[in-house]
Write a protein that binds this ligand. Structure first.
Ligand SMILES: Cc1cc2nc3c(=O)[nH]c(=O)nc-3n(C[C@H](O)[C@H](O)[C@H](O)COP(=O)(O)OP(=O)(O)OC[C@H]3O[C@@H](n4cnc5c(N)ncnc54)[C@H](O)[C@@H]3O)c2cc1C
Ligand code: FES
Length: 258
């Protein structure tokens, strides 16, 4: 299975969207058919592959974006890659977000490097929606806020929340999300970010919105074989485990047993 999905992707652009963050644009028709929320599993020599979501998807030009923060040796290696080099990628992997109902209000809630797949969702679906999506971006530090300008280019003014208060408003994404939920019925919430943020979004929206969460679980194989990424979920037959890499990374909030 791994070999079937193994792609060689040429890096055609490289930018620095925020302090300690890099975005690579890669050329691959197969990857550019991704659904927002799916991910690329990238070979980093001498290590396990590293999963990175698609930050933008352009099937017309066969391009897609990979925006990441440098946090360890895998992302450091990736950050050192240059235009003209080739990445060994498995993908697109996993299940992405479903298309939102165009008639219902829609909020995109991203924390840190959870923002890129939500931008990809806005880029793909915002024009099809009756309502402009409410976009709430959270980051620990102002210098780590990503994709604000990209949302603005789509005509969407994101609400920025930072832990250190150095950009936007001080605080996290939950307060503005709560206010938005108070004034919107039949809401749809798409969220991606650190696990504690997603758990809080799940608790806040249960029974109040249709919520999809894209998990950033640590992974091994990325293709369903090693079970390193399982999360407890609940269905008609009770509790069972699902693999984030293959059944996810996007789950409905009600499915997760957090
Ligand atoms: C489906 C999916 C999509 C992702 N999309 C993105 C993305 O678009 N952009 C991006 O920057 N990152 C994304 N990540 C996280 C990214 O995969 C990790 O940051 C990366 O693998 C770290 O590799 P490393 O070798 O640089 O760091 P490591 O040396 O492996 O780890 C460095 C530090 O980061 C922590 N860490 C590593 N991986 C994770 C994780 N998955 N969740 C929480 N903490 C972690 C480690 O505990 C350690 O403290 C995604 C993860 C998943 C599962
Ligand atoms: S990472 Fe191996 S099963 Fe999900």
């Amino acid at each position: 299975m791994e070999d079937e999905q193994r792609l060689r992707c040429l890096i055609v652009a490289r930018t620095l969207p925020a302090q300690g963050h890099v975005e690579l644009i890669v050329e691959s028709q197969e990857l550019s058919r991704a659904i927002p929320g799916q991910f690329a599993h990238i070979l980093t020599p001498g290590m396990l592959r590293r999963p990175i979501s698609f930050s933008r998807i352009d099937p017309g030009h066969g391009l897609s974006g990979l925006l990441f923060q440098v946090v360890g040796s895998g992302t450091k290696w990736l950050a050192e890659r240059s235009i003209g080099e080739v990445l060994d990628v498995l993908g697109p992997l996993g299940h992405g977000f479903p298309a939102p109902d165009p008639r219902k209000p829609w909020a995109l809630v991203g924390g840190g490097v959870g923002v890129p797949p939500l931008y990809a969702a806005a880029e793909k679906w915002a024009q099809t929606q009756a309502h402009t999506p409410e976009v709430i971006i959270g980051a620990r530090r102002g210098v780590w806020v990503v994709m604000e300008n990209d949302f603005q280019d789509l005509g969407i003014e994101p609400r920025i929340m930072t832990d250190d208060g150095s950009k936007g408003e001080p605080g996290n994404v939950l307060h503005p999300l709560s206010l938005w939920l108070d004034t919107h019925v039949q809401a749809q919430v798409y969220a991606c970010g650190p696990t504690p943020m997603l758990q809080a979004v799940r608790r806040m929206t249960l029974g109040r919105a249709t919520t999809y969460l894209a998990l950033e679980q640590r992974m091994g194989c990325g293709i369903g074989a090693c079970l390193a990424c399982v999360v407890p979920t609940v269905g008609d037959c009770g509790m069972y485990y699902q693999r984030v890499c293959t059944e996810g990374p996007v789950f409905r909030a009600e499915e997760l047993m957090w």
